[in-house]
Design a protein around this ligand. Sequence first.
Ligand SMILES: NCc1[nH]cc(CCC(=O)O)c1CC(=O)O
Length: 312
Amino acid sequence: MTALRLGTRASALATTQSRLVADLVRDRLGRDVELVEISTEGDRSSAPLAQLGGTGVFVSALREALLDGRIDLAVHSLKDLPTAPCEGITLAAVPTREDPRDVVVARDGLTLGELPVGSRVGTGSPRRAAQLHALGLGLEVTGIRGNVDTRVGKVQAGSYDAVLLARAGLARLGRVDEATEVLDPLQMLPAPGQGALAVECRSDDLELVAALAALEDPHSRAAVDAERAVLATLEGGCSAPIGALAEVVEGEDGDELWVRAVALSHDGGLSVRMSASGAPADAAGVGSRLAGEMLADGAAELTAAPAKRQNA
Ligand SMILES: NCc1[nH]cc(CCC(=O)O)c1CC(=O)O
């Protein structure tokens, strides 16, 4: 059989994630895999992500390559996937998720609470910025872009006192020791899907869709389904200050799915925070009902873009 062509972005994190999935495919499907590099608009430009149309730009080039038949499968960070389904493409597998929490990389080994008032903390994520403001530590939160290496480098160079990152990214790059604090989700709820990978292929590639089920971790899938249902129901993209974290836990009557979510105003001053539980098989229902309650409490008005709120 010919080798499966796995499309990947060129960044260190993307290639690491792609190699990880390639190894899983070789082990569990017994198929040979060849990596094909695809460059995306998000990699080529240094403009703020929100101006490029959000993290979806990382995803679309790989999807085009799939639909064109240049590659057979694509690996994405699941948190970068828009919640709307893509015609002709199937999310064939969600492998076992990494630790979904955010971490701090600060100068001199400091934690957030140890940073002096006025310290410069870099993040390009409205979700992280809003939750940082909500902690009331008097930190100066400023935008930052670039890959993990660039962002950590800016702390080492002294242009930022700290940056916030997904623990999973650092861990996959073998640099998790550089984190100076792992943030408790009580203070910093991660992005929906953070720490999970998405393995996509063409929907009409029925044999591959079926075979890729061997890569699936049902608990990870249930958790990200619930988190993404929260995001979709709140109609938030990657630029909305929305956090969600779900996990499957063993209950008295079998597995239970727990979901926590928060929607904040961009300045972190106001928030709606709720949780719910239900059956893992009803993950999307649990997430969307939770978000429905949050909407009833005014979540949509909070997360609206700052300019829109001023006009309203
Ligand atoms: N925003 C870009 C992005 N997309 C996925 C990850 C990390 C890996 C993951 O969450 O699975 C990162 C970097 C970060 O947020 O620090």
